[in-house]
Design a protein. Structure first.
Length: 155
């Protein structure tokens, strides 16, 4: 199945809606300091970036609809399916990390991803899981950043 996508139009619409949503949400997510210290607001850089993204999105939509400048891309499901499946597996990894912890998610998702990609050597599976566990402890004890651990073990 092949789908033709007008890239200027759709990227303008999607990124424009995203930037509008983020501009509306920013006041509730990025709080202003309690006291005015004279420093720039923490909303300045994200706000400038979001306004710039909104302006660029409007330009893309104008180029597509008014000037009829468009780049059409053909989306071939057969070619794109493996990448989409890997992206979905990464989304499952994030969900599992939140609900069952980082280490169990690494032990479940990464071997499935390796198998899907055609890897059959056991050492690669062991190395990948060990690297994931090593990254957990690196973040926890070296960087002092807590990742979701194993529930019930105080991770």
């Amino acid at each position: 199945m092949k789908i033709k996508i007008k890239t200027y139009l759709w990227s303008g619409i999607i990124m424009g809606l995203f930037s509008l949503f983020m501009l509306v949400m920013m006041p509730s997510q990025v709080r202003l300091p309690m006291f005015d210290s004279g420093a720039p607001s923490p909303r300045i850089i994200p706000g400038v970036c979001l306004v710039g993204m909104l302006i660029c999105s409007v330009i893309l939509i104008i180029e597509s609809l008014i000037f009829k400048k468009e780049k059409v891309m053909e989306f071939d499901w057969a070619k794109e399916k493996p990448c989409i499946i890997l992206i979905l597996m990464l989304c499952v990894f994030v969900a599992l990390t939140i609900y069952i912890g980082f280490i169990p998610a690494v032990c479940i998702v990464f071997p499935v991803m390796l198998f899907y990609c055609g890897e059959r050597k056991p050492f690669i599976y062991i190395f990948t899981v060990a690297a994931g566990i090593g990254i957990f402890f690196l973040f926890k004890y070296v960087f002092h950043i807590s990742l979701p651990g194993i529930p019930g073990l105080g991770g």
